[in-house]
Design a protein around this ligand. Structure first.
Ligand code: G6P
Length: 528
């Protein structure tokens, strides 16, 4: 058995500039496998180098992959792109300072006190992660951010109820494509809410979208308060360090430039050769080894810090939308992927860690350990002695160490990312680490990590349901009822599809029906 300290030091990567450690001592990596795969890992790092140089790595959409340039604009292959990024920073700084300094006021002359961000997927998850990770809840009546990330009327009603008056609320509409249905719906719901409150939507609306998109054209036509750019060489799931995440962070008063510095510093570390000394390469190789290059084991994300509890939701999109692909780049059917779940420790020890320890060995864990218990002075909750000379934070860190050891004892692998504290710098670094690990892993399994063909099928099918709904409502009899089957026969379609549409309409009072129980006998009368 190797000396524990030698083993720890062998598999520990530390970067002083970031004060971040990657601890692979329980990752079950081994030198022979790394040596045997050195060439493919170096090749993957070569590919990332080409990507950062402007290679069209998103081959299916003929696009470059430029999220690394967002924190190092001079690295972009075209000076115009560098200038566009710098210009967006100047615009973010000027706008956020204007709002926070009171130069940019609501149309009633009073300052804006909060924002609602309307977006979904990469247009919401990044801002949500940053807001949760960086906003000290003791910040008093500071600027607030709420996120509307679904087309659920009840969720929208809840958010509007929580917000109350929209008079002092900015409305950020975020959509790279500018045409995502849920985001459009959220915008229309908020526009209607503004009308109900007799305030003007455009005077508090901000668009963050691709130039010339439907949303961009609307914002320009209506003279919205501001428009910020998104670029086709930044994917939604890697847009958090574009205006998508940086504007909300700046409005909240966070050090958004430190986010960029942290990401840039991690990128620099992620360029280190050989791969054996590269944090992103080792993380990607761990994923590959644990899942035999086919995601046969899930990745459980376990930050032992409340403020990082959204990491797993954020990484679900970054990892699974990048790697979950039917075809590889040679056109072979590979049905690839890497499933991600998690929440936070120690909370999850009271949920599913039982299975992790005693059950199916179909996962590996990535812990995030934060050494500082509190942002401010230690005379807060952390100073309470819960046991003699023991604080709450001591217990949290003990639970991390104990859970890691208990899993290792049963042969379950884990890696740990150790942060001194949760800060803009360290969060920026975390984001960059996983973005690069995803890129390297994608090279190892030969998939395009930068498109998302699979999401279109669901969207098209959903549109079909709405087309059917319109036809059903038009076909409902003027008087007397029709069964699903009669309606389906009249429309030449599937009676079950008709039933599914009608039961939702009937449950919401849009059609009258004599029974919502039995589709064979349910008689539907005209739309109400
Ligand atoms: O930003 P948008 O164009 O509105 O897209 C929002 C989301 O839509 C789709 O689900 C894509 O798969 C995601 O990558 C994207 O983040």
């Amino acid at each position: 058995m190797a000396d524990p300290l030698d083993h720890y030091l062998t598999w520990r990567l530390y970067r002083g500039e970031l004060d971040i450690e990657l601890d692979f001592a329980d990752a079950q990596l081994d030198e022979p496998a790394l040596t045997a795969n050195a060439a493919r890992l170096e090749a993957a790092l070569d590919a990332l180098h080409r990507i950062e140089g402007g290679a069209v790595a998103n081959v299916d959409e003929g696009r470059m992959v430029g999220h690394y340039w967002l924190r190092d604009p001079e690295r972009a292959p075209d000076p115009a792109l560098s200038q566009a990024i710098q210009a967006s920073w100047n615009q973010i700084e000027a706008f956020a300072e204007g709002v926070r300094g009171g130069q940019i006021l609501a149309d009633d002359g009073r300052p804006f006190t909060g924002a609602i961000l309307v977006g979904i997927g990469g247009s919401a998850l990044g801002p949500q992660l940053l807001e949760a990770a960086l906003t000290a809840r003791d910040s008093g009546p500071g600027f607030s951010l709420r996120v509307l990330d679904n087309t659920d009327p009840a969720g929208i009603a809840d958010l509007l109820a929580e917000t109350g008056t929209l008079a002092q609320t900015l409305i950020l509409v975020v959509s790279k494509s500018g045409s995502t249905v849920e985001t459009r719906n959220g915008m229309l719901e908020l526009r209607a809410a503004c009308a109900r409150q007799a305030i003007e939507f455009p005077k508090r609306a901000i668009a963050i979208t691709s130039e010339g998109s439907t949303l961009d054209q609307l914002a320009e036509r209506e003279g919205w308060l501001a428009r910020f750019p998104m670029w086709d060489w930044v994917g939604g799931r890697t847009s958090v360090l574009s205006p998508v995440g940086l504007l909300p962070a700046a409005l909240l008063g966070h050090d958004w430039r430190a986010l960029l510095r942290g990401a840039a510093a991690m990128d620099q570390w992620g360029r280190v050769r050989p791969a054996r000394r590269n944090p992103a390469a080792l993380l990607a190789w761990m994923w590959h080894q644990q899942g035999s290059g086919h995601g046969l084991r899930d990745m459980v994300i376990l930050p032992y810090k409340d403020r990082l509890s959204l990491m797993s939701r954020y990484l679900q999109q970054l990892v699974m939308e990048s790697l979950g692909k039917r075809l590889d780049r040679q056109g072979r059917e590979v049905w690839q992927g890497l499933a991600v779940y998690g929440n936070k420790g120690s909370t999850d020890q009271h949920a599913y860690v039982q299975q992790l320890r005693d059950g199916l060995h179909n996962f590996f864990a990535v812990f995030v350990r934060v050494l500082r218990d509190l942002d401010g002075p230690a005379n807060g909750p952390g100073a309470v002695e819960v046991e003699p000379q023991v604080s709450s934070g001591d217990c949290l860190d003990g639970f991390y160490q104990g859970t890691r050891a208990a899993l290792a004892e049963r042969g379950r692998a884990s890696a740990t990312i150790v942060l001194r504290e949760v800060s803009a710098t360290s969060v920026g670094a975390l984001i960059a680490l996983f973005e690069r690990a995803v890129g390297i892993y994608a090279e190892l399994i030969d998939v395009n990590a930068y498109h998302q063909p699979g999401v279109e099928a669901g969207k098209k099918a959903a549109q079909g349901v709405l087309v059917l709904q319109t036809a059903v409502l038009a076909a409902l009899p003027g008087s007397g009822g029709k069964t699903c089957r009669e309606l389906a026969d009249a429309l030449g379609t599937d009676p079950v599809a008709v039933w599914q549409v009608l039961r939702h309409l009937a449950s919401n009072g849009r059609v009258s029906v004599d029974s919502l129980v039995d589709p064979a006998t349910a008689q539907f009368a005209r739309a109400t």
